[in-house]
Design a protein around this ligand. Structure first.
Ligand code: NAD
Length: 465
């Protein structure tokens, strides 16, 4: 059945997709959004929001349990994982409703189903109508944006399909707390789930193939997190290659660490070894896009190899973060309409919701050195920050990196309470090419966690010329 014409059809309704559709509509495009599962994508339904909801609850649980140390007693405290899951579903529902209203207000038409590109312009043609099928309808589009996201990666290891071996999507819906959990992968998902399940009283073990956890981050943060995990009682194995998973009385994971074979029994196993682009069902017969290792290749303006078709977010690989996908979507819609890009894609803050939290933006000291920049860095320990001490936070730090000759702020790495909320001040300072001298002249209220930024700026400024 022949359907309507749209200036823009977006396939995939995650943060990139719904942002692009609304942004297109705001710019006067007749826009449609196609989603086969639930609006909000991985972020809202099986990623950021559900994980952080569980983290909020388990953090609260941990704090109440620790209350005895300061004279607060809560009798018979326990955690009902089923109810916690219901709360999480409620949060998702509320946010989904909000996105639905926002799309309606912007007059975006939403289609439920798998969007499949079935006809594209002839080779050599610059543009032309593209046909997208959803259910029985074939829609026509001037432009198509693919934002179909990613799915958890499966490892080619024996035992991956055993019952109790879960990916993050399935783990997020578990209604019981296992006694023990082994996590394969010490990346972002691995450390966040380790934090949640440890707080719930589960024995957690992390097995990471590389020689450190959170390998992409500042060296000191990765070391500090490993030490913090050890202190909490979370077992961390690095440089550990998983060989197989077997079903015995419990599950048994065998890995090789420093040439030694180790086997650990556990009730559940979480596989958090990365995510891969999801293009399933996207391309109709005879239609192909240039791809590499399953991800769609795009140029710097997010154009794919087919004229009129663009792609953003996890499906193009790169940095798989919701805020990056959204920023790419906004810039792409700006480019489609010939308006200037709004989002600075060169500066990407990264936040990890462990305890303490981790946040970073810009260059690390090592990266500045590798780029040939003479840089200085200084670290302020939050054990001297009033708000951190009075609220019983773990020891942490705020580290700043600046160009030695000018004091220009180049990067920031935070390992402390509220790091994820505080990082935006530093992103803005870097984007505006602020110096640490200027930053240290800005009054930060007392007592706040953010005073640590002011202190770190003062320490860094002392090291510049
Ligand atoms: P990741 O790439 O961050 O980490 C995967 C880890 O698994 C790596 O350290 C890798 O070395 C390890 N690994 C791979 N194969 C292994 C094996 N056979 N044995 C042991 N270890 C193995 O990926 P992720 O943690 O799965 O997260 C996926 C994506 O989602 C990432 O891009 C991440 O940034 C994003 N994400 C972000 C947040 C956040 O920003 N807070 C939260 C969750 C996920």
């Amino acid at each position: 059945m022949m359907g309507a014409y749209y200036d823009l059809i977006v396939i995939g309704g995650g943060p990139a997709g719904y942002t692009a559709a609304a942004e297109g509509a705001k710019k006067g495009m007749k826009a449609a959004l196609i989603e086969r599962k639930a609006i909000g994508g991985t972020c809202l339904n099986e990623g950021c929001i559900p994980t952080k909801t569980l983290m909020h609850c388990t953090e609260l649980y941990r704090e109440v349990k620790a209350g005895e140390g300061i004279g607060l007693y809560a009798k018979e405290l326990s955690c009902d994982m089923g109810k916690l899951q219901d709360y999480k579903e409620g949060v998702i529902g509320e946010l989904q409703k909000g996105i639905g209203i926002m799309l309606k207000q912007n007059k975006v038409t939403v289609y439920e189903g798998t969007g499949q590109i079935v006809e594209v312009p002839e080779p050599g043609e610059d543009s032309g109508k593209i046909k997208v099928q959803v259910g029985d309808e074939v829609l026509e589009a001037g432009k198509v944006l693919i934002s179909t996201g990613s799915v958890p990666m499966k490892l080619p290891i024996p035992g991956m399909d055993l019952e109790g071996v879960l990916d993050s999507t399935r783990m997020l819906s578990e209604r019981t707390i296992p006694k023990s959990l082994l996590i394969i992968g010490g990346g972002v998902i691995g450390v966040e789930f380790a934090t949640v399940y440890h707080a719930l009283g589960c024995k957690v073990t992390i097995v990471e193939a590389l020689d450190k956890i959170l390998a992409g981050l500042d060296r000191e943060i990765s070391q500090s997190m490993k030490m913090q995990f050890k202190k909490m009682g979370i077992e961390v194995h690095t440089g550990a290659r998983v060989k197989e998973i077997r079903k015995e009385e419990e599950l048994c994971c065998t890995f090789v660490e420093k040439e030694q074979e180790i086997s650990i029994s556990c009730e559940k196993i979480l596989v958090a070894a990365g995510r891969r682009a999801d293009t399933s069902g996207l391309l109709g017969e005879g239609i192909s896009l240039e791809m590499e290792k399953g991800r769609i290749l795009v140029d710097e303006t997010f154009k794919t190899s087919i004229p009129g078709i663009y792609a953003v977010g996890d499906v193009i690989g790169g940095i798989q973060l919701a805020h990056v996908a959204e920023a790419e979507a906004i810039n792409t819609v700006c480019a489609m309409n010939g308006t200037a890009s709004r989002m600075n894609l060169k500066l990407v803050p990264s936040c990890i919701y462990t305890s303490p939290e981790i946040a970073s933006v810009g260059m690390t000291a090592d990266e500045a050195k590798a780029a040939g920049i003479e840089a200085v860095s200084a670290k302020y320990l939050t054990s001297a920050n009033g708000k951190s001490v009075l609220s019983g936070q773990e020891r942490g730090f705020v580290k700043l990196v600046a160009e030695k000759s000018t004091g220009r702020l180049l990067g920031a790495q935070l390992f402390c309470a509220r790091a994820t909320d505080m990082i935006s001040e530093l992103s803005a300072a870097i984007a505006e090419e602020m110096t640490v001298q200027k930053l240290s002249g800005v009054i930060h209220p007392h007592p706040t966690f953010s005073e640590a930024i002011w202190e770190a700026a003062r320490l860094t400024a002392e090291k510049t010329y």
